[in-house]
Ligand binder design. Sequence first.
Ligand code: ASP
Length: 346
Amino acid sequence: MSRRILTDMVLALLALAGAGACAAAPAAPPVAIAIHGGAGVIERSRMTAEREAAYRAGLAAALDAGFGVLTRGGTSIDAVTAAVRILEDDPQFNAGRGAVLNHDGDAELDAAIMDGAGPRAGAVAAVRHVKNPIELARLVMERSPHVLLVAEGAEDFALEQGMALVPRDYFRTEAREHELEEARRAEAARASGKPSTQLAVPGASSMGTVGAVALDGAGNLAAATSTGGLTNKHRGRVGDTPLIGAGTYASNDSCAVSGTGQGEYYIRQVVAYDICALVHYRHMTLAEAAHEVVQVKLRRSGGEGGIIALDRAGNIVMDFNSIGMYRAAQDSRGRREIAMYRDTDH
Ligand code: ASP
């Protein structure tokens, strides 16, 4: 065999091997994010085109920020932090600026973040001077040996970490002041025996808690949730949001969940962990587990609200038993949706 033929054969074999290697190259791991802006949506009949467009724009901005982190190769923890920070700064939502007011007229903020790798978690509750509670929750996770810091202790920790505090007025908006007045009036009417339109938790209503769950290219899950809680809540009331397992949970063994709804029910039903436990121990799909907890257990107990959830395969579930849930999702397989009500167009 001539040298030339031999060389050609070797080159042909190498080309074949190369083609084989290409065909067998694994697809890029999926990345995905889902966010919510609360289960307490405005009734459809009262929703104007303008307000709907504003909510959609707010959700889109947060989705783009979070998904952008993932597509640039960033971590799921960075993605959920970026998405939630944008929603905290948007006064339409019940977190950060524009958070609902407690009975005394103050915003008292709760937030939690959890990294499914580890897992690691950080949370803050009842803070009144922290512009972005999700960033403080992350500092608790990354720079303290603790999981949950509350009130002045949490704010002292913020100062120790070099975070600037903001005056309480920063959070107040006219819309929330108006809601508080209405809630107080309804409370007074209830006390005097007149019928009221309030929700099942006495003296409280809510709208617009925010959260995010994400899966990054390294296969790590993360969850983050931030809220002002419930309008007219008692000073010092802490909801499900900052309680790991109730309103926020992430583990690479199962799933990541962020919840929104009447926190007292979420705490009693340990909603976020329950969903992940069903996935982990009962091997349910994420959709089955979410349905079991949100549509069966939570509903049976009288709890109203919803969740967003994500597993390591990139499955996204956004389930709720309320009339709607502001929500959005995007993944590397081409899914992108922004929705509010059960059957809304995307
Ligand atoms: N879960 C929040 C709380 O109870 C409120 C909400 O999601 O709207 O604090």
